[in-house]
Write a protein that binds this ligand. Structure first.
Ligand code: NDP
Ligand code: 8X3
Length: 251
């Protein structure tokens, strides 16, 4: 009998996280979908029903995160794959003009939220001697780009945190993967520019960007690789993007 695997996706309400949730659901995994926007989580539940379990919470809130995981029914407690995806960029301005609240939100979500989820889920993986953690980093974590300062730093931290975890579970069968996307057209830029849709649209002008599905396909590939294969890291760029700051745009 093939055991059904359970995946937990943070930030499943939009973009890369939603594509990951739907891709794994479509591949017959059971998926715990999480995020703050409950109505969007319900939309996924309506489409996939019982294969899906909803948890609405803010990863910045450690107590709420703990309570959410503690509330999982017994049949949903053994998470085989954790996809730490929830995250955001806020602002694009020189470091010396940055907004303190934006900085705190990025650090609390991208770094501390990811760590909280890792701390809550990985012990059970260690106990069960199985599991896979996929962290969504970014090309932005490889090198800072103009005005990216704190966001780039959070993604550099995700890289170190992922490498650290991989070392700490090296004696177990748990695999740890860092996916580092480049430009992916999602709600990311609308959030970064605080709802300025025109500015957000310009980010993807003159280039065919990646889609959330492209990143979800990479996540599924890493999970379905044979057990002895650990996809440690993948940098996934649009074809006309060479690095965080080198993008060839047509027109
Ligand atoms: P979206 O804005 O489309 O999705 C972000 C997701 O994160 C939403 O589901 C949102 O859910 C969730 N989220 C944000 N803050 C919180 C929070 N405090 N608690 C719980 N969930 C939260 O953007 P993307 O899909 O593009 O971003 C997903 C990840 O991919 C991020 O980590 C981002 O840094 C990374 N990334 C994105 C790239 C891009 O070009 N788009 C490139 C490289 C990396 P909700 O609002 O419902 O809580
Ligand atoms: C998101 C990609 O290049 O806009 O991490 O920072 S980028």
């Amino acid at each position: 009998m093939i055991m059904e695997q359970t995946v937990l996706v943070t930030g499943a309400t939009s973009g890369i996280g939603r594509a990951c949730a739907e891709t794994f659901l479509g591949a017959d995994y059971r998926v715990i979908v999480t995020g703050r926007r409950l109505s969007r989580l319900h939309d996924i539940f309506e489409k996939y029903g019982e294969r899906c379990h909803i948890l609405a919470f803010d990863v910045q809130d450690r107590k709420a995160s703990e309570e959410a995981i503690a509330s999982l029914p017994a049949e949903w407690q053994d998470v085989d794959v954790l996809i730490n995806n929830a995250g955001l960029a806020l602002g694009l301005e020189p470091e010396y003009e940055g907004d303190y609240t934006d900085w705190d939100t990025m650090i609390d979500t991208n770094i501390k939220g990811l760590l909280t989820m890792t701390r809550l889920i990985v012990p059970t993986m260690v106990k069960r001697n199985r599991g896979h953690v996929i962290n969504i980093g970014s090309v932005a974590g490889d090198a800072a780009y103009a005005n990216g300062n704190v966001y780039c730093a959070t993604k550099a931290a995700v890289k170190s945190i992922t490498d650290g975890l991989r070392i700490d579970v090296a004696s177990t069968p748990i695999r740890v993967t860092l996916l580092k996307p480049g430009l992916v057209e999602t709600n990311f830029s609308n959030i970064r520019f605080h709802g300025d849709d025109e500015r957000a649209d310009n980010v993807y002008k003159g280039i065919v960007p990646l889609t959330g599905q492209d990143i979800a396909d990479a996540a599924l590939y890493a999970v379905q690789a044979p057990n002895h294969v650990q996809i440690a890291e993948m940098l996934i760029l649009a074809t006309h993007q060479a690095s965080g700051s080198v993008i060839f745009r047509q027109g």
